[in-house]
Design a protein around this ligand. Structure first.
Ligand SMILES: [Zn+2]
Length: 397
């Protein structure tokens, strides 16, 4: 493996370990990340010189001897801004370099790309003023877009169309910070990696449905080797468009029939209920019925659980990762589809892959963290940029 890549990976793990465990000592860092003492010390010194972290006095001593200093992300280390497109609104969330949200702003979304660019640039100015900070302190902006996002930052149909590289150039020109655009399911996977796992997990599959836009979306994000796998074009993990044999003649938003999202995503659960003769007006009503064990409601949710389990099992047979996390709107469906989902998943997955497999539902909650996670990922991995936290620091060995 390329030595500079290993150095970067060590730096990244140590950075996320400090970010997730404010006050952590060098000894605990070494134990947690698995680097040797010299590497930990070299990385920590380098971060300290760059102003990314600060020393924190430990009040508790563990065992005999004087308490050792701990480290935390410096509040002056920089800002990250997440931009989320949610239900016709554009929401900006500012966070410290530790990823913890500090303030947010929500506006009705402009109709075209130029308007959106102005909204984001003006919103960034407003949000930094509200925090009493400078625009120059923004290290990265992450835009979580519902829909496919190509490697070069073009957002495809259907939910937000017409966004392309010009948006990136417009915003970067206006604010002087890099804009990273990614799909919201990839943002969800990165949020799991950074905020639920402290950046320490290597491989897992994240699967979510999206209720905040029009409820049609089912997507996934693939974390391999501690990093997001985007594929050659940027569209890896489009689980919603995997074809499933148990389908009704419902045309997916992609124009095709048989897509898995038409069995699992919120909008389609309502549609399928209606087709089966159970007129439900909202997901709340469907879930109320399911709580009362109305057979028609349970049938639709059980079918969704089985179809999702089968598709994810097939996906795992190709990927061979040891963990699957279900998030987004699937979390509130958990009580009604978990058993069918797990059964189908373990039935479908090749036994040696299934045996060590962990299946869980996300506990991150409703906080909009996708955009911040995309910003944090871009900022810590885009080494060409001078906004990268360790740009210009001495080579780390
Ligand atoms: Zn489709």
């Amino acid at each position: 493996m390329n030595p500079s890549f290993i150095r970067h990976l060590n730096a990244l793990k140590i950075f996320h370990a400090i970010r997730s465990n404010p006050g952590i000592t060098q000894k605990s860092l070494t134990d947690l990340v698995g680097t040797d003492k010299t590497t930990t010390s070299s990385v920590v010194n380098s971060f300290h010189r760059a102003g990314l972290i600060e020393r924190v006095r430990q009040t508790e001593r563990s065992g005999a001897g004087r308490p050792s200093d701990g480290f935390a992300i410096s509040p002056r280390g920089g800002l990250l801004v997440g931009v989320e497109i949610r239900g016709g609104h554009v929401m900006l969330i500012a966070a410290g370099l530790d990823g913890r949200p500090q303030t947010s702003l929500s506006l009705p979304m402009a109709e075209d790309q130029e308007g959106l660019g102005d909204q984001i640039a003006n919103g960034l100015r407003g949000i930094t003023i509200a925090l009493g900070r400078e625009l120059s302190e923004v290290r990265a902006v992450g835009l979580a877009a519902p829909g496919g996002v190509s490697i070069d930052g073009r957002v495809t149909e259907p939910m937000v169309s017409g966004l392309d590289r010009a948006l990136k150039e417009m915003i970067e020109g206006a604010i002087g910070a890099p804009l990273y655009i990614n799909n919201n399911s990839n943002g969800g996977a990165l949020a799991e990696l950074f905020f639920a796992r402290g950046g320490q997990s290597d491989d897992f599959l994240y699967v979510e449905t999206d209720a905040v836009n029009d409820g049609q979306g089912l997507g996934s994000g693939i974390i391999i080797g501690g990093a997001l796998h985007r594929g050659s074009n940027g569209f890896a993990g489009e689980l919603g468009h995997v074809k499933h044999p148990t389908h009704l003649p419902l045309r997916c938003v992609c124009g095709k029939f048989g897509c898995l999202c038409t069995l699992v995503a919120d909008k389609w659960l309502l549609e399928r209920s209606r087709i089966a003769g159970n007129e439900v007006a909202s997901m709340e009503q469907l879930l109320d019925q399911a709580s009362l064990e109305v057979p028609a409601a349970l049938a639709v949710l059980h079918q969704a659980g089985t179809a999702l389990g089968q598709a994810v099992g097939n996906f795992l047979n190709m990927l061979d990762v040891t963990e699957v996390v279900f998030g987004g709107s699937l979390v509130r469906l958990e009580p009604f589809l978990r058993d069918k989902l797990r059964h189908a998943l373990f039935e479908t997955t090749f036994r040696p892959i299934a045996e060590p497999l962990t299946v869980s539902f996300s506990r991150l909650g409703e906080a909009p963290l996708d955009g911040i996670a995309i910003a944090l990922d871009g900022c810590t991995n885009d080494l060409e940029r001078e906004t990268a936290p360790w740009h210009g620091t001495k080579p780390i060995t």
